[in-house]
Design a protein around this ligand. Structure first.
Ligand SMILES: C[S@@+](CC[C@H](N)C(=O)[O-])C[C@H]1O[C@@H](n2cnc3c(N)ncnc32)[C@H](O)[C@@H]1O
Length: 210
């Protein structure tokens, strides 16, 4: 069993590299494999605190990317514009306004507060991904990418089936930095198929695309 008081190699590396959290190495591996971080345009960072994903996205994307984040927690020294609050409270129009247009990438590392019950933690996480995708439906540009954290469980096949028609390709990826004992993995939807009239809250495939 890992010692919870002793920083693991990714925590040590994050400190040494000047990142706020060890989660940075998950996004780095996802981007190394799938190239989801754009060189220009907008990135929406859902669950952005304490800020390591955005710092990495700025480094990899360069000065041409505009990063907007949201989190329940305040974020200090955020590399873009950070909103404090829940994604449920903020209308997509606010994200679009701050981004200055549609995003090339919507990334969600959001996690609910867990209670240790695998089944209910899984279901809450699935709902969070559905909420994140609901935002992405309004904010993501055609051909953009959607990355979201999931905890594995019985609802995953249903969720994947819901998301599949909206993307050219969907990948499932478990970065090395995910803790061994965790059921966490990430889905990456590549090549978003933007319908003419998106409706927030609808996750069904657009009829024009199916
Ligand atoms: C694992 S942390 C994100 C780490 C971040 N990617 C980084 O690298 O710094 C998950 C975050 O999701 C946030 N979160 C959970 N539910 C949320 C919601 N409904 N709206 C906004 N943020 C949420 C939590 O407050 C928490 O800070």
């Amino acid at each position: 069993m890992p010692n919870p008081r002793r920083p693991d190699k990714y925590q040590q590396q994050a400190r040494a590299d000047g990142y706020e959290a060890r989660s940075i190495y998950k996004l780095r591996e996802i981007d190394d494999k799938l190239r989801v971080i754009p060189k220009k345009g907008g990135i929406l960072d859902l669950g952005c605190a304490p800020g390591s994903w955005s710092r990495f996205a700025r480094e990899r994307g360069g000065p041409g990317v505009k990063i907007v984040g949201i989190d329940l927690q305040p974020v200090e020294n955020y590399v873009g514009e950070a909103i404090e609050g829940s994604i449920l409270e903020v209308p997509a129009s606010r994200f679009l306004e701050l981004l200055g247009g549609r995003a090339r990438l919507v990334m969600s590392d959001m996690a609910p507060s867990t209670n240790g019950n695998k089944s209910s933690d899984h279901l809450r996480q699935i709902e969070l991904v559905r909420m994140a995708f609901s935002v992405a439906q309004e904010v993501l540009a055609h051909d953009g990418a959607f990355v979201a954290k999931i905890f594995d469980g019985s609802e995953v096949p249903t969720l994947m089936a819901e998301l599949k028609p909206w993307f050219r390709d969907i990948k499932r990826i478990r970065p090395e930095a995910v803790r061994q004992e965790s059921r966490e993995f990430f889905i990456a939807g590549l090549g978003f198929k933007r319908p003419a009239e998106p409706v927030r809250g609808e996750i069904d495939a657009p009829s024009a695309l199916s």
